[in-house]
Design a protein around this ligand. Sequence first.
Ligand code: NDP
Length: 453
Amino acid sequence: MTRHDFDLFIIGAGSGGVRAARLAGQRGLRVAVAEDAALGGTCVNVGCIPKKLYSFAAHYAESFEEAHGFGWTLDAPSFDWATLKANRAAEIARLNRIYGELMTSVGVTLLRARARLVGAHAVEVDGVVHSAERLVVATGGWPVPADVPGGELAISSNEIFDLAEFPKRLVVIGGGYIACEFASIFNGLGAEVTQLYRGEQILRGFDDDVRDFVAAEMKKKGVDIRVGTNMLGLVRTSGGGIRVALSGGGELVADAVLCATGRAPNTAGLGLEAQGVALAPNGAVVVDEHYRSNVTSIHAVGDVIDRVQLTPVALAEAMALIDHLYGDGARCVDYTHIPTAVFTHPNIGTIGFSERDARARFEKIRVFRTDFKPLRHTLSGSSERTLMKLVVDAANDRVVGLHMVGADAGETIQGFAVAMKAGATKAVFDATLGIHPTAAEEFVTMRTPMVAS
Ligand code: NDP
């Protein structure tokens, strides 16, 4: 152990890297972390946290309108982009500090520069070579740039939080999590948003009902979703805008174009290939069930292994890795039934199989579905509706898919995720009393299957 400078050297202080460093530090190991950007990685700096803060900001627009129905009178509200940006930046800076303290308080050495592997046990940082018994690559992912003429005019989710001017006209490219969330957020904040998606319906892979429902709700709120449409190229206009040429003809002029067409593992320039570390065609580090690459001293967790690009998954992988290396090895990551939320307006919450996937996987399923006007909107004047859906494996009555589109869907389904993890059957859902009056109670009061197959 003592022949190396460190027991564990972690490249990247994002969700996975910080969690691994903290746990290893708590065990008294000699740990180093190299990070050349702000601590906390994508989630804290340009992902989950600032995105959710902006989503809260955007929801106020609706709340102001809806307040009238409940007796409130307000002066015309106005929105100040600079205030939101400054308050977000202050909060993120606070979190950056906390992330630093979480590591240094357990003795982790923080190296604030870019690291490069120079051996199976050696990392170079700022011209200094550090040796470690084990290395962990936790460098996350990076937005895929727009691959069209003029693509450099587009921004990614890295830049959108800090645009100098609020984009009055925003074009969003893509139909995944990031595209749909930012389309909703900027629409809520008052931008004129056009979302271009190349396929038939946004959010491929989600339940088809959910996709249609959320697309309809987003359109009602003002997002101009154009499916079967892609951008062909971008040109700067003389007025300072960006002209977007559309597949199928036509064009749009925008103040900003957000390209949200996926994220790729962040492995370029790390020196992995030179050390013989096997990478997938998209650059992901190939690891076994214990997050070990083909070079036995080198491990990887989080978005860089491109399994499931979600913060809680990176955290779980980091905990499993440290437990495997230094603990009793009992901890492992179960990739089934990972709950997830998309912070569209309204939110999506989902666990398990879509109806389509369940049909392909199980011999017979039962589907329960309801959509309704939530109680709040009986007075608010909003036409927003809520969708809830359960997919049940008829062979054993297990609930294998649970989906919601509606206010705070993520909050609602987190608890149901526990029930599903525990293998809850539809009979257990039926035997559970509702909490009245909530929207969530609908999940335990749906009695009549919509579809039998
Ligand atoms: P996604 O993979 O979710 O979506 C990418 C979108 O871009 C898809 O609609 C895809 O279309 C489209 N696309 C891909 N290539 C092209 C192209 N060349 N031209 C036009 N469109 C294209 O990626 P995101 O960037 O949205 O997000 C990355 C990951 O980050 C997510 O998968 C998720 O795991 C995570 N994330 C999670 C969040 C959350 O938990 N709330 C929030 C944000 C991100 P098609 O469907 O046709 O392939």
